[in-house]
Design a protein around this ligand. Structure first.
Ligand SMILES: Nc1ncnc2c1ncn2[C@@H]1O[C@H](COP(=O)(O)OP(=O)(O)OP(=O)(O)O)[C@@H](O)[C@H]1O
Ligand SMILES: [Mg+2]
Length: 334
């Protein structure tokens, strides 16, 4: 057989994940979660859409655990990771002697997920051939094992997920429309993090605490400028990226406060102050600019004055006025 080992973790339980584990304070995201929670109660087939790292897998587990099938298995299949030659036996199982190497009969994912939930993850990556093979199983919940004659039935709730634009694939003829219609009885679209910037502060705080706990240290604070840099970032990798940035920051941070530089975000140290949602005032922009520059100069005021093009008394006055948290990191002059 190949290096791919389907016997690794055959059945799964979505251990402990509930809707409470999906943190948000964003109105639109809350609506999405409320819809998902309602859908969890029925057996409808769900299609979860959303960019990389928006939380689709977490959501699928929460849905399973909130469903009447919570006591049954939760079986994820990563459709893009299964070599084409193994897909059929992986999904539907095989009989003994069905092919070289099939020394024992084996159940496939559809069978293993009986009375539970089957997550068809990265579903848009299935080849046309594979799509044809699973259509009947999705539609009628029946299939045969590879090399088997008997038609087996399974009682599964199907959740499919993808981070690609599956509708475009259907339009281009790359994804079967009939399968698509069976999969999206209800579609749940998880918004990208950049459309719910209000969640950045909430998630950052929690991930920071989590990373610090794992590292066995006290959670550092997040410098105001660091938080603003996080809020400005576009997060192409969404929540997953935010989580790993904060893990890295906890390692990088020497003191008790995570600074912009600890985040390692591309370009964030030199980026001009951008207005954050909700506060477009000139005063707010000025405050941010001063904070950024102080961050950049690691708190050295002389250097900050030069960059800002203002005198020292003006800078001191503005620091007072805007109540800017200021601290000098570097040794040497102030
Ligand atoms: N709202 C959230 N609250 C807490 N953690 C979250 C949230 N959303 C995502 N995460 C965390 O972010 C990471 C990525 O989530 P997940 O794997 O569910 O994303 P995904 O949408 O399935 O990504 P991909 O498309 O790459 O498979 C996980 O560590 C998950 O626990
Ligand atoms: Mg995923």
């Amino acid at each position: 057989m190949t290096a791919y080992d389907p016997t690794l973790s055959e059945t799964y339980r979505a251990i402990g994940v509930t809707f409470e584990d999906l943190w948000t304070r964003d109105r639109a995201m809350r609506d999405v979660l409320a819809r998902a929670r309602r859908a969890a109660g029925s057996d409808v087939t769900l299609l979860l859409l959303g960019e990389n790292g928006t939380g689709k897998n977490l959501l699928a587990q929460a849905i399973h655990n909130a469903s009447p099938r919570a006591e049954g298995p939760f079986v994820p299949v990563n459709c893009s990771a299964i070599p084409p030659g193994l897909l059929e036996s992986e999904l539907f199982g095989h009989e003994r002697g069905a092919f070289t190497g099939a020394e024992k009969a084996r159940r496939g994912k559809f069978e293993l997920a009986d009375r539970g939930t089957l997550l068809l993850d990265e579903v848009a990556d299935l080849s046309r051939e594979a799509q044809a093979k699973i259509l009947r199983a999705v539609e009628y919940r029946e299939f045969e094992r590879v090399g088997g004659e008997e038609t087996l039935r399974t009682d599964v709730r199907i959740v499919a997920a993808t981070n690609t634009d599956i509708r475009a694939r259907v339009e281009r003829g790359e994804f079967r429309a009939d399968l698509f219609y069976r999969l999206h009885e209800v579609t749940i679209e998880v918004p990208p993090l950049r459309h719910r910037r209000g969640d950045v502060a909430l998630l950052a705080g929690r991930f920071l605490a989590e990373a610090a706990r794992k590292a066995g240290r006290k959670a550092p604070a997040l410098a105001p400028a660091a938080l603003r840099a996080l809020e400005r970032h576009d997060w192409p990798g969404n929540v997953r990226e935010l989580r790993s940035v904060l893990r890295r920051a906890v390692t990088a941070c020497a003191g008790d406060r995570v600074e912009v530089a600890d985040l390692g975000l591309p370009g964030s140290r030199l980026e001009p102050a951008l207005v954050e949602p909700g506060d477009w005032s000139l005063a707010a922009a000025e405050r941010r600019q001063i904070e950024n520059v102080l961050e950049l100069t690691r708190g050295r005021k002389k250097e900050a004055c030069r960059l800002l093009g203002i005198s020292r008394p003006t800078l001191d006055r503005k620091i007072e006025e805007h109540r800017i948290e200021w601290r000098e990191d570097g040794a040497g002059e102030s």
